[in-house]
Design a protein around this ligand. Structure first.
Ligand code: BV8
Length: 240
């Protein structure tokens, strides 16, 4: 695949860039995506958007923990792929790169990206259901039974379906999208809102929008360029 001349020129000249990533960026690390098959789409017969919902958390917190403990254990052996590393390099390449991710796996940070806007939280953190206590689970296998501050139940620090995004996260991402000149949409089916609105905000504000995905998505028709391919193979092609 060749990077089209106009896109390459814009890439070379860009000062202010935004990248929105989804589960497809982690696919080449071996993390199953949500809607492309893979065994995370259904957990013990429960569709993932049911087990990962506010309603399920209310009804059966232990079941939600079992689902996230399983995924954390699976992710423990997973390493970033070329797509994560390329995006981390972009953070040093452009004067301003805003990385907005829907992913909760922490692989962007593992690859060296910093100031990542995690719209849907992070699977490696737990938070208290009562006070604002957070607990980092990345460094330990077993999570505490309860909040170490107030003893209440802990929950995954992840945004479930039907829950609001972390305060300020979407607003910051939207503000950056409205001021970027080049917007990449990498490895997302563009089905989950409000995250999927980010490229639309960038487009409406005049940014050049490029999608990187092996398949077309509902966002494809609104992009200026669609690069059909795997992120780990396409992103390195931008290296001059
Ligand atoms: C909200 C954390 C306000 C959990 C996730 C009814 C009631 C309540 C809400 C709604 C409703 N109807 C609609 C909504 C809004 C809802 C929503 O959008 N639903 C959709 C499904 C219709 N959104 C919400 O609820 C959000 N909150 O709206 O708050 C509110 C509050 C109360 C009531 C009303 C409104 C919260 C959404 C966050 C949910 N949490 N994750 C967990 O991980 O378990 S979302 C989940 O989907 C993941 O974060 C994931 O990242 C995200 C999006 O999926 P993708 O990343 O795009 O992954 P997917 O598998 O779909 O696609 C992968 C893509 O990669 C594919 O296109 C594939 O082709 C491509 N690919 C594959 N391989 C590669 C590749 N690309 C590149 N390279 C490759 N190698």
């Amino acid at each position: 695949m060749q990077i089209p001349a106009e896109l390459r020129q814009r890439f070379t000249r860009a000062k202010c860039v935004l990248a929105l990533t989804g589960a497809g960026v982690s696919a080449e690390s071996g993390v199953p995506t949500f809607r492309g098959g893979g065994n995370t789409a259904v957990w013990k017969g429960i569709p993932f958007d049911v087990i990962s919902s506010a309603e399920m958390l209310e009804r059966d917190l232990p079941a939600v923990w079992e689902w996230f403990d399983y995924r954390r254990n699976f992710l423990d052996a997973i390493v970033p792929n070329e797509a994560h590393y390329e995006i981390a390099r972009w953070q040093e390449l452009f004067p301003e790169l805003t990385l907005v991710t829907q992913n909760i796996d922490g692989l962007h940070q593992k690859a060296g990206s910093h100031d990542v806007i995690e719209l849907h939280g992070n699977i490696w953190r737990a938070r208290c259901t009562k006070c604002r206590f957070f607990h980092d689970m990345a460094s330990e296998a077993k999570r505490p039974d309860g909040c170490l501050e107030c003893g209440s139940f802990l929950r995954p620090d992840v945004v479930l379906f039907g829950e609001m995004l972390p305060p300020g996260a979407f607003e910051l991402a939207a503000e950056r999208a409205a001021s970027c000149e080049l917007c990449f949409v990498i490895g997302t089916s563009g089905l989950v809102y409000p995250a999927a609105a980010i490229p639309e905000i960038a487009k409406a504000a005049g940014a050049y929008v490029c999608e990187v995905n092996p398949e077309r998505t509902p966002l494809s028709n609104r992009c200026d360029e669609v690069l059909t391919g795997k992120a780990g193979e396409v992103l390195p092609l931008f290296r001059s």
